[in-house]
Design a protein around this ligand. Structure first.
Ligand SMILES: Cc1cc2nc3c(=O)[nH]c(=O)nc-3n(C[C@H](O)[C@H](O)[C@H](O)COP(=O)(O)OP(=O)(O)OC[C@H]3O[C@@H](n4cnc5c(N)ncnc54)[C@H](O)[C@@H]3O)c2cc1C
Length: 382
């Protein structure tokens, strides 16, 4: 293990590894990524891996559009010989209340103004895309063909392998235990395998980013929450788009290998770093899924698991640094959409750390916005 670095990145998920690659690609040397498990062992490897550009805030639309454009060419950009299994089958969003119908109209107008070609569909139009779904109680739909899904492991491995080729060192099964600060400047990172002298740290620790903040005396407004998900046996391809409802609270998608992946968010989820599975979730998810998409009644569940959403008070990420503490950077608080933001997170954080102008201005997503009361609420989240 090296004992010094230009930067230590804590977290070997999509955020940490995409940033490591982008820093190295821009010429930074001596980059170390420290990951306490294996690559993508955190939320990244436990996520639904859905990718959508249909958001309700300009910031989220711009972040996800930029990410999607990178994902469309990622194998080439990273010279990855395997496939990241990027499928653009669209997202079909259910509007089930008058309020949601109006919100979707506003969202689509915003998205169209930013070059995202989403549209409102009638029930009949939606049934042409997914003939077997149950539309009882649905008022209309929003649809965007370029939304989709990618394999979160392959995507993260692609970044890790490209980063390694550029000289990045990735230490897996290595846990950060503390961070030394002297005169408001980062001095070193203490791991269970030794100390690394450095003046820069990126906190990309997902559901544990709050704990990393506390190591330098910073209280980040992050709330890790347990979210469950399940996957079925593979069957022939019958469902093109992701089916999703914010008001009915579910998402269901068929992956390229034929399995269905699905989840929903519990109401009033308490703060937790636990990742145990529950029978309640399996039962409730099956009930929802069969009601929405009846062909699923014949498909068997093969596995369920849980992972962490890291929530902020406005469901938007925290990007940036902390005033008064030199060299401490944050890319965390991605709620349920940090995988799809991963590619652009890597670009923006690399630009920010190198003192360049980020290609999408991210200053409004700094950690200080909560104290200033300048929250940017995202209305369209599961
Ligand atoms: C059930 C579920 C479904 C989801 N569905 C989607 C979806 O459809 N689309 C989407 O875009 N997003 C989705 N998400 C959210 C997405 O998974 C996360 O936002 C994203 O993966 C965050 O990536 P990350 O790299 O920031 O964090 P992580 O992937 O969690 O990586 C952080 C890493 O830091 C490591 N770490 C923590 N503490 C330490 C330490 N002290 N020392 C060393 N290493 C440490 C962890 O082991 C972890 O691997 C979902 C999440 C869940 C749980």
């Amino acid at each position: 293990m090296k004992n010094s670095a230009e930067i230590v990145i804590i977290g070997g998920g999509i955020s940490g590894l995409a940033t490591a690659y982008n820093l190295a690609a821009r010429g930074m040397k001596d980059i170390i990524v420290v990951e306490r498990g294996y690559i993508a062992s955190g939320s990244t490897g436990r996520c639904g891996a859905g990718i959508r550009q249909q958001w309700g805030t300009e910031m989220n639309c711009r972040l996800s559009k930029a990410s999607c454009e990178i994902l469309e060419n990622l194998e080439e950009i990273l010279d990855y010989k395997r496939s990241i299994e990027f499928k653009q089958g669209g997202y079909l969003l259910f509007a089930t209340t008058e309020k949601e119908v109006e919100q979707f109209k506003k969202n689509v107008a915003l998205q169209n103004s930013l070059g995202i070609n989403s549209k409102i569909l009638s029930i009949e139009e939606a049934l042409e895309i997914v003939p077997d779904m149950n539309t009882e109680g649905v008022m209309s739909f929003a649809f965007h063909q370029k939304d989709g899904h990618a394999n979160p492991f392959q995507t993260t491995f692609a970044y890790a392998e490209a980063a390694k080729r550029l000289g990045v060192e990735i230490y897996t099964y290595t846990t950060v235990r503390g961070i030394e600060v002297k005169n408001d400047r980062i001095e070193s990172v203490i791991t269970d395998k030794g100390e690394i002298k450095t003046h820069r740290v990126l906190n990309a620790a997902g559901g544990f980013a709050k704990d990393i903040g506390r190591m330098v005396g910073v209280e980040l407004p992050l709330k890790p929450e347990r979210h469950e998900i399940l996957v079925t046996e593979p069957v022939e391809t019958i469902l093109g788009p992701m089916l999703m409802s914010f008001s009915w609270n579910f998402y269901i998608q068929q992956e390229p290998n034929g399995t269905f992946i699905m989840g929903y968010g519990e109401q009033d989820n308490p703060e937790s770093q636990g990742v145990n599975s529950s029978w309640h979730f399996a039962q409730e998810m099956a009930r929802k899924a069969i009601r929405i998409y009846p062909p699923l009644s014949k498909v068997r569940v093969v596995r369920q698991w849980a992972g962490l959403y890291t929530m902020t008070p406005d469901s938007q990420p925290i990007y940036g640094s902390v005033p008064g503490l030199d060299g401490f950077y944050i890319a965390a608080g991605f709620s349920g959409h940090g995988f799809m933001f991963g590619p652009i997170t890597g670009v923006l954080m690399a630009e920010y750390i190198l003192g360049e102008e980020p290609e999408i201005p991210i200053d409004m997503l700094d950690a200080g916005r909560f104290e200033r009361g300048e929250l940017i609420y995202e209305p369209s989240v599961v």
